[in-house]
Design a protein around this ligand. Structure first.
Ligand code: SF4
Length: 255
């Protein structure tokens, strides 16, 4: 793969890998590939970096087929095979479980995401992978920051590198510096075979996230460095100027 956009995405991803020490010698990384633009981009960029890296690491593309009727896993599988990736496409009955066990009124997505994450961890174990790479990009990080502030009452976003709850894997997000717009353009340029997850809520607009996107877009017309500033803020936390009693000692003992 060539082109200045690819070079830019590769450079930004390489910088994130270096800044957060995302990849180390001997890593075997399960790359979650959903069939969407972000995960295809992640896989191809990590593969390009791997070929020129001074350290050795391995990639395994992993697709979790949740069993939603109409999911075209063969399209994803063909792409992975055509490009010579080591891969695993896993068929599951997540759909049945969701339909059966989800309590009415609870979020379809969070139940689904929990199940899929569990499958991904199990597969990572089976495939001998110590890390799991996910395709979240810069916009995901800052939108999540705003969503949590506005609707959850918490000052948090995502981590580029996080120990999984099971203590065995590390989840990494190497596209943290790459904007969604760049991924969309790159994905179109490469004509990646995008497939829809085919779930019942696929295509439904997440209204809150769309509002955050709109807000960021609007503010960015006045300040083109806005996204970068928000991301920088995530790495520049000043607990003394916040209200968290666990982080700051408010008992200053003043008269
Ligand atoms: S969009 Fe569909 S596949 Fe994705 S988490 Fe939500 S329910 Fe699951």
């Amino acid at each position: 793969m060539q082109g200045s956009l690819f070079q830019r995405i590769k450079r930004l991803t390489g910088k994130a890998v270096g800044d957060f020490n995302l990849i180390e010698e001997g890593d075997r990384i399960a790359v979650g590939v959903s069939g969407g633009k972000d995960s295809y981009t992640l896989l191809h960029v990590l593969d390009a970096l791997r070929r020129r890296a001074p350290i050795k690491y391995e990639l395994v593309a992993v697709n979790v087929d949740s069993g939603f009727p109409g999911f075209r896993k063969e399209v994803v599988e063909k792409h992975l095979a055509d490009h010579g990736f080591e891969y695993r496409v896993e068929s599951t009955n997540c759909y049945e479980i969701i339909e059966e066990k989800r309590k009415p009124g609870t979020s379809y997505c969070s139940f689904c995401a929990r199940l899929r994450r569990g499958v991904l961890y199990t597969l990572a174990d089976e495939l001998g992978c110590n890390k799991i790479a996910l395709g979240h990009h810069l916009d995901d990080f800052i939108e999540t920051l705003l969503l949590n502030q506005f609707y959850v009452g918490s000052l948090k976003a995502m981590s580029p590198k996080l120990a999984a709850d099971n203590g065995r894997h590390t989840v990494i997000r190497p596209l943290v510096y790459v904007e969604e717009g760049e991924i969309i353009r790159f994905s179109r340029e490469q004509q990646f075979p995008i497939v829809c997850c085919a779930c019942p809520v696929c295509g439904e607009v997440d209204q809150k996230r769309q509002r955050m996107k709109g807000l960021i877009r609007e503010l960015a017309t006045e300040n083109r460095h806005l996204k970068k500033s928000m991301l920088t803020a995530l790495g520049n936390v000043q607990p003394r100027h916040l209200l968290d009693k666990n982080l700051t000692d408010f008992d200053l003992g003043l008269p």
